[in-house]
Design a protein around this ligand. Structure first.
Ligand code: NAD
Ligand code: 3PG
Length: 599
């Protein structure tokens, strides 16, 4: 989120007297931090003022219901610019934090590339996301959300409208009457009652169409490889194979998404399997039908009639043989276009986009895990722990070691399927990657980014005895086949190992290598190993070096193998020590090795 001159300073995080010097801006999770460097006791220190940007900017590229636009305006600057060319969209997008579209805008890879990282959310005001390049969105860490429920009934009603209009030649007869003709026998229709309707895709719209078709006295069968049989049974619909559906139907209604496997699924080969005189309705996506094959099937009389709301290319060419065919009824992608559906979709998408911009996890995310609010509340401290363990682990790796294999162990008293680790894994990946690269990792692109960098994350669940009240007891992160810049972080089995727990809601480091420590992971951390003895004076020596330059020590913890044997001391600091004081710590004779880790 780029900051602008109109940024509003909301909250003073570190109280200070008037800051001076050059301010600098940085952004984390969409919150821009305005930092002043200020001279104090002859040293530079950072005083941080938390500033939220001026409102984010949301580009609404297709007409959206007023209620949704008003909701967006409460939170953001809203730019409603319709009918943009692809080039205009690419130009505008670099100034936008979110984009809202319907099915008429192609959100291509170029759009994500042109946004140069600013675009955080694409909202699809509707169901189908085939006009959004999901792979490119994910690679750019951009969340895609849709509005999957508000137009279901409208689409189902349009499907039924097309079915009935087609079977009684309503559109053709209307045009004929308006042309001054009175052709009663030409427009004799066919009845629906007792006929077999095959619903292809038994999802939200398909089920609603089935319900309504049953009400019209039709025999409804459905094909959907992923639909639960009990849902179909409850509506009185039989789930059948693809071939059985298309070969036994008098009417076929399409309700599947356009994907690689459904593209042109009605083709020459499959039209040949249909009953002669079958009638087809499509309110799903034009691309699921091979349109040339449909024209041939219409000409051959295999398909008696087709009623189409959607087309491979929208709008279709004026001279399209399909559109001009006398047995085709066409509407211009009107399935979702009722007043009620458009208001509902607008509100649904506006809430999803605003929530996503606020950093909330979206319930309708298309390219990120959806985590229910109650699960998120429980996992929140572990999410912070996961990221910090990732950060610690990767900073312990010696330069040139190349991190490839990371094992994460989650120990809990809960049953293994009672823990959704996707969020935790994403945060560990974020912690592992961000300290060593310029890549911004979030829930959307974590797995992709890890894969791209050749990072292999394996996860293990360990079941502990105890109370299942807490979702987790501990998280352990191990990096194998690497050397460490802090040898004591290497466990007996040869991996860099860090382990943490949550105590009183705060993440703690509880083990490094074979040493048990206990430090809250709030500031930054110095780990040092003492030679042979854990001398009582050590804590004082390190503490006074840090005190000399006003570095506040927030905690200290000593983990020993045995009394007076090797010990690892963990020191939490609020500020970054200078190189000189770190050098001085290294020069304490009893300190064998030490490392400074930023959290
Ligand atoms: N014309 C319009 O204006 C309009 C309006 C709303 C929805 N739609 C379109 O309708 C379609 C369905 O929408 P929905 O809300 O019901 O979606 P949905 O996700 O609820 O249902 C889609 C169903 O298709 C099934 N499916 C996937 N692959 C399949 C395959 N190979 N064969 C058979 N079934 C398959 C899925 O299992 C799912 O049950 C989408 O393409 C959507 O874009 C169009
Ligand atoms: O997938 C959908 O939701 C429908 O096709 C509606 O598309 P529209 O928002 O462009 O009307």
């Amino acid at each position: 989120m780029a900051a602008s001159a109109s940024s509003t300073i909301l909250k003073l995080r570190t109280s200070s007297t008037a800051a001076s010097g050059r301010p600098s801006l940085s952004t984390t999770f969409g919150v821009t931090t305005l930092s002043f460097r200020r001279r104090r006791d002859q040293r530079h220190r950072r005083f941080v003022v938390l500033a939220l940007d001026a409102k984010p900017t949301i580009l609404v590229a297709e007409k959206l219901g007023a209620a949704g636009v008003n909701l967006l305006k409460e939170f953001a600057n809203v730019d409603c610019s319709y009918n943009l060319t692809p080039e205009e969209l690419c130009t505008k997008i670099s100034l936008c934090d979110a984009l809202i579209v319907r099915s008429g805008t192609k959100v291509s890879r170029e759009v994500f590339e042109s946004s140069a990282g600013r675009l955080k959310v694409v909202g699809r005001a509707g169901v189908g996301i085939d006009n959004v390049d999901l792979a490119a969105a994910t690679e750019h860490g951009c969340l895609v959300v849709n509005a999957p429920t508000a137009n279901t009934v409208a689409a189902a009603e349009h499907g039924i409208a097309l079915l009935t209009a087609m079977s009684r030649n309503i559109a053709q007869a209307d045009a004929s009457v308006k042309a001054g003709k009175w052709e009663r026998s030409k427009y004799t229709g066919v009845s629906l009652v007792g006929k077999t309707l095959a619903v292809m895709g038994f999802g939200k719209v398909g089920s609603e169409v089935s319900r309504r078709a049953k009400g019209l006295g039709m025999h409804v069968i459905a094909h959907d490889p992923y639909a639960p049989a009990d849902r179909a049974r409850a509506i009185g619909v039989e789930l059948v194979s693809f071939d059985e559906a298309i070969s036994s139907a008098d009417f076929i209604s399409l309700h599947m998404p356009l994907t690689a496997s459904t593209s042109k699924i009605l083709n020459d080969e499959n039209f040949a399997k249909m009953k002669k005189g079958v009638r087809i309705v499509n309110v799903a996506r034009g691309g699921v039908i091979d349109e040339e094959a449909l024209v041939k099937a219409l000409d051959a009389g295999i398909v008696a009639q087709a009623a189409l709301d959607v087309f491979t290319v929208e709008p279709p060419a004026k001279d399209s043989k399909l559109i001009q065919h006398e047995n085709v009824t066409a509407t211009p992608h009107l399935g979702a276009s009722t007043m009620e559906a458009q208001e509902g979709v607008a509100i649904e998408i506006a809430e999803a986009v605003v929530g996503a911009l606020k950093g909330e996890l979206a319930a309708t995310a298309v390219n990120a895990p959806m985590v229910p609010a109650e699960v998120l509340t429980e996992l929140k401290p572990f999410v912070a722990l996961a990221e910090k363990l990732g950060r610690l682990a990767v900073q312990l790796v010696a330069g040139g070691s190349g991190v490839k294999n990371v094992k994460v162990t989650y120990a809990s008293a809960r049953a293994p399927d009672d823990l959704d680790t996707r969020l935790l894994r994403a945060m560990i990946i974020k912690g592992l990657i961000e300290p060593i690269s310029s890549v911004f990792v979030n829930l959307v692109n974590a797995d992709f980014t890890a894969k791209q960098r050749g990072l292999r994350i394996t996860e293990e669940r360990v079941i502990l005895d105890g109370s299942p009240e807490s979702p987790l007891e501990l998280i352990q992160v191990q990096i194998s086949n690497v050397e460490s810049k802090f040898a004591s972080a290497i466990s007996d089995s040869g991996e860099i190992k860090v382990e943490g727990r949550v105590k009183d809601g705060i993440p703690h480091l509880t083990k490094t290598g074979s040493f048990e420590v206990d430090v809250s992971l709030e500031g930054s951390l110095i780990l040092c190993r003492q030679v042979q003895v854990d001398q009582p004076g050590m804590i004082g020596k390190v503490g006074s070096i840090l005190a000399e330059e006003n570095v506040n020590v927030s905690f200290m913890s000593v983990g020993r193998i045995a009394p007076r044997k090797q010990a690892v001391m963990a020191i939490g600091v609020d500020e970054e020590p200078t190189k000189q004081s770190l050098k001085k710590i290294g020069e304490i004779p009893a300190v064998e090795e030490f490392v400074y880790l930023k959290l």
